[in-house]
Design a protein around this ligand. Structure first.
Ligand code: HEC
Ligand code: HEC
Ligand code: HEC
Ligand code: HEC
Ligand code: HEC
Ligand code: HEC
Ligand code: HEC
Length: 448
């Protein structure tokens, strides 16, 4: 270090002497062919470098390559650093839900748990999409400094509430690259994805079906949906809907899994039916047309293994008038959940406190599910450490756990199946947990 300083000092003082000499002594040097004034500092530096390059060409090239490499590394690191969710979180700071709370809601979301970051969704797939997203980031920075907080919140509120605006913010393809095989191939074939595979973010390296299968995801155009009978192909490819028509808030809704909302389906179907009475969407009170998993649960056909007889249907669900398809006996309307007050007087004989029993049953099934909720989150936390085999086990666990998470009847639709799914999930989850060194889950108190 000291050496370097001295060298630098010598370098500059030599220059001063040089130029002082130059002005006193007007005699041309032998190298100055035209005999004009001495070259400037920069030019001299350049000449020095040139001379050095001639003397030691290979060292010179090595130095240049080194400098370029360091510059690239700095740029690469800077790009990376400004792409982390934590960086985005510096300005998107609110801690509830809605405008400004994007980091907070993302952090709670299944995408964060599966290591999908902000710019995996907020940027077109491919290298140039990434660079454009970075440019957009520069505008964010400018806006943060120059514009008012009200202006920022107004823009963010628009993004959080307006479906058309949101669909422009995150167009279908940006989701489909991960959630479909065909779209993934098409996008990859028509996009410059990366320089020599240099990884700037997750999405540019996503290749399906591998990515999808590793993460236990369905191909939305070709696989059945887990809970609701639904065709993405019809709605997205034929009708041309954006994902935001039904998945608004998928990452920022505030829940771990932000589900679709029945009122979105009804609102559009009602409006479409007005225009075209022959359209084929199920009537709003045809519950079983959409809720096929609840039906299978009530009929006892869910989770049947080869050669197994259907599990006895739920006593309540199979009381003739309560049979599958007759959801409205308990669910007076699509949006009315049964309560202790509606079950008691409408169905069960007077004089008995079924209200108490109802709450009791629900508490019991909550106790069955609670340790699995915890186990699920614990397993997500160590997702990065899992081997491919462990990931496959985790996906198997999720398939059973998903049944409990989707059927929010807390066992009332069919307690036998509910318990079967819970036991399977618990067995697989605990086996996986112990292979990962996580304490295994135990049923909570209150379970019978
Ligand atoms: C320096 C503060 C700051 C940082 C860091 C920041 N943002 Fe923003 N962001 C803003 C402001 C201010 C706005 C609103 C004005 C605008 O559109 O730029 C905004 C708006 C947005 C919008 C909505 C744009 C629109 O047109 O509606 C998205 C999406 C977004 N930011 C994502 C991100 C992501 C992803 C990151 C991290 C890579 C990030 N932001 C980092 C300040 C910031
Ligand atoms: C799974 C994809 C996905 C991820 C990951 C994601 N977002 Fe979003 N983001 C969306 C979608 C879709 C919207 C459109 C509105 C909505 O659904 O809430 C959106 C909207 C926004 C908006 C506009 C205002 C608002 O609140 O809706 C901002 C700002 C934003 N995201 C920032 C971020 C930041 C910062 C991160 C990471 C900490 C992030 N997003 C991670 C998909 C994602
Ligand atoms: C980089 C890839 C990637 C992108 C981009 C992406 N997702 Fe996801 N998505 C995932 C992964 C991984 C999961 C979590 C799977 C798991 O752990 O079960 C997921 C989960 C989901 C789920 C929940 C599935 C479930 O089991 O409940 C929905 C719905 C979803 N994504 C929709 C979207 C939408 C809509 C967009 C665009 C706004 C989007 N995703 C963008 C990879 C992605
Ligand atoms: C018209 C409504 C609608 C539109 C539009 C829509 N979806 Fe869905 N999506 C659904 C429904 C309904 C489900 C099933 C929910 C269930 O079974 O619980 C679903 C489920 C999903 C899942 C979960 C699959 C799984 O493995 O659990 C993903 C991922 C998904 N959609 C992605 C998308 C993407 C990406 C788009 C845009 C290209 C999109 N969806 C457009 C209604 C829609
Ligand atoms: C923005 C409009 C729109 C939304 C939102 C919408 N649908 Fe539809 N849906 C339609 C139209 C239009 C048809 C009729 C298609 C035809 O006649 O070919 C339809 C048909 C259907 C059908 C019967 C044909 C098929 O594709 O299997 C089902 C089932 C269905 N919708 C389920 C849903 C569910 C579940 C949701 C909510 C998660 C939903 N739809 C949301 C417009 C919509
Ligand atoms: C067009 C398809 C469709 C029809 C018809 C339908 N549902 Fe739904 N329902 C959905 C979707 C989609 C969801 C939300 C996604 C989920 O729960 O996975 C939902 C959610 C629900 C919920 C959860 C609470 C809520 O408000 O989101 C209940 C309860 C429910 N439906 C009951 C019914 C009953 C009872 C009927 C018949 C009277 C019915 N549904 C008819 C598609 C439908
Ligand atoms: C024997 C009475 C009964 C019948 C019949 C019944 N349900 Fe339920 N359902 C319930 C109860 C009780 C709950 C839980 C309500 C609660 O926890 O507050 C529930 C919850 C649900 C939920 C979850 C609500 C949520 O908060 O997410 C859906 C969806 C649902 N039922 C759909 C259906 C459908 C579709 C049918 C017909 C195929 C049906 N149910 C038939 C009693 C019934």
């Amino acid at each position: 270090m000291k050496n370097l300083l001295e060298k630098l000092k010598a370098f500059f003082s030599a220059k001063k002497v040089d130029s002082a000499e130059g002005s006193q002594n007007s005699q041309p040097k032998s190298t100055d062919t035209e005999g004009e004034k001495q070259p400037g500092r920069l030019k001299r530096l350049f000449l020095n470098i040139k001379a050095y390059a001639k003397r030691k060409p290979s060292t010179f090239i090595a130095i240049i390559v080194g400098i370029v490499f360091v510059l690239l590394l700095v740029t690469y690191e800077a790009l990376h650093l400004t792409s982390t969710p934590e960086f985005c979180g510096m300005c998107h700071v609110e801690t509830e839900t809605g405008a400004g709370a994007e980091y907070h809601t993302w952090k709670k979301n299944i995408h964060a748990a599966a290591d999908v970051g902000c710019i995996d969704c907020h940027g077109k797939p491919g290298f140039f999409g990434y660079m454009r997203a970075k440019m957009g980031g520069m505008y964010d920075l400018y806006s943060e400094i120059v514009h008012s907080k009200e202006n920022k919140m107004a823009i963010l509120t628009e993004g959080a509430t307006n479906k058309e605006y949101a669909a422009k913010l995150v167009p279908n393809d940006w989701c489909l690259i991960c959630h479909s095989d065909d779209a993934n191939k098409e996008i990859r074939d028509n996009t410059f994805m990366s320089f020599f595979g240099v990884k700037m973010r997750k999405v540019d390296a996503v290749k399906n079906p591998e990515f999808r299968e590793l993460n236990g995801l369905r191909d939305i155009f070709n696989d059945e949906m887990p809970n609701i009978s639904f065709s993405h192909d019809n709605h997205v490819n034929t009708l041309g809907l954006s994902c935001m028509e039904c998945h608004m808030g998928v990452a920022h809704g505030g829940e771990f899994q932000n589900k679709t909302k029945m009122e979105d389906c009804f609102a559009c179907h009602d409006a479409e039916r007005e225009k075209n009475p022959d359209m084929i969407a199920p009537a709003n009170d045809d519950c079983s047309a959409c809720h096929t998993t609840v039906v299978a649960m009530q009929e006892g056909t869910l989770l049947l293994e080869e050669g197994e007889e259907p599990t006895p249907p739920s006593i309540m669900a199979d009381q003739g008038i309560y049979g599958a398809g007759n959801c409205s006996t308990c669910h007076i309307g699509a949006f009315d959940l049964p309560t202790a007050a509606t079950c008691g007087p409408t169905c069960h004989s007077e004089g008995m406190d079924y209200g108490f029993m109802y709450d009791d049953i629900r508490a019991q099934f909550d106790a069955v599910k609670a340790p699995l909720d915890k186990l699920n989150m614990q397993l997500y936390e160590v997702l990065g450490k899992m081997t491919k085999e462990q990931r496959a086990k985790f996906n198997e666990f999720k398939n059973y756990y998903e049944i409990l998470a989707n059927d929010n009847s807390k066992g009332i639709h069919n307690d036998t199946i509910y318990v079967k799914a819970a036991e399977k999930a618990m067995a697989i989850g605990n086996e996986l947990a112990s292979s990962l060194g996580i304490p295994v889950a135990a049923p909570e108190e209150g379970q019978e």
